[in-house]
Write a protein that binds this ligand. Structure first.
Ligand code: AMP
Length: 551
């Protein structure tokens, strides 16, 4: 009898007899072109016009782009920058750029211009694709980006604005000379395909470089029954920006599964979104809480029910109980909360509805849905204390959340040292609990947690409760200096109406939170400052109100 190892050795195989895997994300759009050619991709263009294309056209035009990039002289592993909205052209870039072996570098156009300059230079972009609306932003800083040789504006030739951007050309002209029969190269196992920088509220943004393999694995995992809850007949509204963690993987997941995509372009307001939802019979919508707040308010004011939508996936920051309730009661929409970060590709946990959840009371269900969910296969989670000792999964103990897996960041782009410990665990900077069923709950961002007299108060929990008050549209809790307790919670409120009654709010909180968690004061604000990905900028608020309780 020949042993397995000598048999394998004889064949010259490494470990088994299976075929090697072509690791190019463009294989997804190739597949969609053949198997789901007519599935629609709908875009609200900058003009407001709604246009429809399909996966076949996107695939053919992505190939034209890939070959045009090659003709231009873009080489494998070079980063090509984009300041782009959610549109069909952005989908083509996702495949055209990564598919030809370069790196799709998505730039968050909401960042401060100095950060945009830093990112462009750090990634050594030679070529930048941009929406015509962002031309003024780049015109003002192009002198500070000497490596950029050419700017491609995402429009037709006749839509080109007056611009002094270097060697500017329209996208349609740029791809004109491309070849739609271009074949994607085969790439190395860990070849890079995408680059995203963290929002960087402190210090310079840091780049996370995704590989073809990690992106494909992430897309498969997201498509699984424990992933993002996609259904064959879904019409997906992708409100999450394509510059934020590769659009949460949706540009890959949707064509991989032959699912219709609806892309809102610039139209993020309630009127534009509801029109698109109704017209395109959207069934599954992806967004962050701040945008959904605007949508829910718009629907309430205009008496609109989002009839077609069955589920919404929300992530990016904690989803308040009141939002989950409102989606269910007013629109019959189930909320799936997801948690992840730029460093985790992003999908790590999801809170999908299970048969057991159907049996819960509404209140129990909504409470359970405020948890960030269970990990999907491929990622592992653990919580540790300050000394690094593992804490129990009892739903009570909370500590730093660590994660590892094949689509989790190992090292930031161009950094020498690893961002993980010796066993591959990445510290997320979030504080959380994990319960005996595996549900992970974010208690706070480590830097947002409030330390009052040595005890911890969760700003997320307090916000969640406060947000349930009928006169509160948005609530934010920060820790501010206190002469006796070091730090105490301060509640900042954007009112839902003219009523600004502190006593009423304090009365509402009584009994719903521990007595010593009660905020020391309430401040009413017109709006909360938002960061580049829609998260409340607590750093700014902490700075602004740091002495509020000292006087
Ligand atoms: P970013 O890298 O910009 O996507 O930010 C990632 C961070 O957003 C995480 O580390 C969390 O602090 C926060 N985050 C993302 N999803 C959630 C969620 N569902 N609940 C609470 N915080 C979240």
């Amino acid at each position: 009898m020949v042993s397995l190892s000598s048999y394998i050795k004889k064949l010259g195989e490494k470990m088994s007899n299976m075929q090697p895997w072509k690791q190019n994300v463009a294989s997804i759009i190739d597949f969609a072109e053949k198997i789901f050619p007519d599935v629609e991709v709908v875009t609200r263009e900058l003009s407001g016009k709604i246009s429809t294309t399909n996966y076949k056209n996107i695939s053919l035009r992505a190939k034209k782009l890939g070959s045009a990039l090659e003709k231009f002289g873009i080489e494998k592993e070079q980063c090509v920058g984009s300041l782009a909205l959610n549109t069909f052209r952005n989908m083509e870039m996702y495949y055209g750029i990564s598919g030809m072996g370069a790196v799709m570098h998505t730039i968050n156009f909401r960042l401060h211009p100095e950060q945009v300059v830093y990112i462009i230079n750090h990634a050594e972009n030679r070529l930048i694709f941009l929406e015509p609306v962002f031309a003024p932003l780049l015109e003002a800083v192009q002198d500070k980006c000497p490596m950029v040789e050419k700017f491609v504006l995402l429009c037709a030739k006749e839509e080109m604005p007056e611009t002094n951007l270097k060697d500017a050309v329209s996208y349609e002209e740029f791809i004109e000379n491309g070849d739609e029969s271009y074949t994607w190269p085969e790439l190395e196992e860990d070849a890079p395909c995408g680059l995203c920088y963290t929002s960087g509220t402190t210090g310079n943004p840091k780049g996370v470089l995704y590989s073809h393999k990690s992106t494909l694995l992430h897309a498969w995992a997201g498509s699984s029954a424990n992933g993002l809850g996609l259904q064959k007949n879904d019409s997906i509204l992708m409100v999450v920006p394509m510059f934020h963690v590769m659009g949460w993987g949706l540009p890959y997941l949707a064509p991989m599964n032959g699912i219709k995509l609806v892309l809102p372009g610039m139209g993020m307001d309630g009127a534009a979104l509801t029109e698109l939802i109704e017209k395109e019979s959207v069934t599954l919508a992806f967004g962050v809480p701040t945008i959904w707040l605007g949508l829910l308010n718009y629907c309430k004011e205009n008496n609109i029910k989002l009839e077609s939508v069955k589920q919404t996936i929300i992530g990016g920051s904690a989803v308040p109980y009141s939002m989950i309730k409102q989606f269910d009661e007013e629109h019959d929409i189930n909320v799936i909360q997801g948690w992840g970060m730029t460093e985790t590709s992003p999908l790590a946990t999801a809170n999908l509805k299970t048969p057991a959840m159907e049996k819960l009371s509404k209140d129990e269900l909504y409470k359970l849905q405020t948890k960030q969910g269970k990990p999907i296969y491929g990622v592992e989670l653990k919580i540790v204390d300050d000394e690094g000792s593992v804490l129990p999964n009892d739903g009570e103990a909370f500590g730093r959340l660590l994660i590892r897996g094949p689509w989790i960041n190992k090292r930031y782009y161009k950094f020498e040292e690893d961002a993980v410990d010796a066993d591959g665990w990445f510290d997320t900077g979030d504080i959380s609990t994990i319960d005996s069923e595996g549900y992970m709950t974010i208690v706070d961002r480590a830097k947002d947690v409030i330390k009052s007299g040595g005890e911890w108060i969760s700003s997320v929990d307090l916000e969640n409760v406060a947000q349930g008050h009928p006169d509160i549209m948005q609530a934010c809790v920060i820790g501010v200096a206190h002469p006796k307790w070091d730090e105490r919670p301060l509640l900042l409120v954007v009112p839902a109406n003219d009523k600004k009654d502190k006593d009423d709010i304090f009365g509402y909180l009584d009994g719903k939170i521990a007595k010593w968690w009660k905020p020391d004061d309430i401040v009413f604000l017109e709006e909360l400052p938002l960061g580049a990905t829609g998260k409340v900028l607590k750093v700014n608020l902490r700075d602004q109100y740091k002495d509020h309780l000292m006087s």
